[in-house]
Design a protein around this ligand. Structure first.
Ligand code: ADP
Ligand code: MG
Ligand code: MG
Length: 199
């Protein structure tokens, strides 16, 4: 079973991973964006870990809704509202249970990804974070490690795609040949589930 402490470790591991990879995320956002994705997420996840250190919420759902709220309020850029919605909607779907199982998390995350699709209007293949999140949710029923592999594969598979949503879409065909920064950070977020369960 996954308790509030697991979800706190998930967010903390995600923040550490964003810190480690911030330069790479910003570099990916340079040719097809405005070179701020790493710093955007660093600012957001720092706010998340600061809040968790001060007063950790008591339930899995509350950890994620608080994290989502903070991402929305601190991340400038498209990714803030999108990741914020992902975590808020996932947290809301978990309700106020003290512990949830992996199947419930997979189901909740599916609701979160659906909310991101509604908010941003992106479908799989549009070269966005959705391309990592959708396969991750599909694989999450098997294991966190399977979800991590699926998300990473999904992120890598954005390279040959032409962007149809977000800033990169302004480039048209010139967006082809670059890995999407948001799909790359989404894979980090999913990989952090493995870190959280290994601790
Ligand atoms: P901005 O483009 O405002 O500078 P970021 O650089 O932080 O924001 O985030 C860019 C990432 O956000 C993209 O790589 C893409 O994965 C994701 N993104 C942008 N627009 C959308 C959308 N409509 N739906 C889903 N994801 C999106
Ligand atoms: Mg950007
Ligand atoms: Mg920006």
């Amino acid at each position: 079973m996954l308790d509030a402490d697991f979800f706190r470790r998930w967010m903390t591991a995600a923040a550490a991973s964003v810190d480690r990879e911030a330069e790479r995320l910003t570099a990916l956002d340079s040719p097809i964006g405005d070179a701020d994705h790493g710093s955007n997420l660093q600012r957001g996840f720092r706010a998340v870990t600061d809040a968790l250190a001060k007063e950790p919420p008591a339930t899995p759902g509350a950890v994620l809704t608080q994290a989502g709220r903070l991402l929305i309020s601190t991340v400038g850029g498209a990714s803030g509202p999108l990741y914020g919605t992902l975590l808020r909607r996932t947290g809301k779907a978990l309700g106020d249970a003290a512990e949830v199982d992996a199947g419930q998390l997979a189901e909740a995350l599916r609701a979160g990804v659906d909310a991101v699709r509604q908010l941003g209007g992106a479908a799989p293949g549009d070269k966005t974070m959705i391309d990592a999140l959708v396969p991750a949710v599909e694989a999450l029923g098997d294991s966190f490690a399977a979800a991590r592999a699926a998300a990473e594969e999904g992120a890598v598979a954005t390279t040959p795609l032409q962007a149809r949503k977000g800033r990169a879409s302004y480039l048209g065909e010139r967006s082809i040949g670059h890995q999407d920064p948001g799909a790359t950070s989404a894979a980090l977020l999913i990989a952090a589930l493995v870190d959280a369960s290994a601790e």
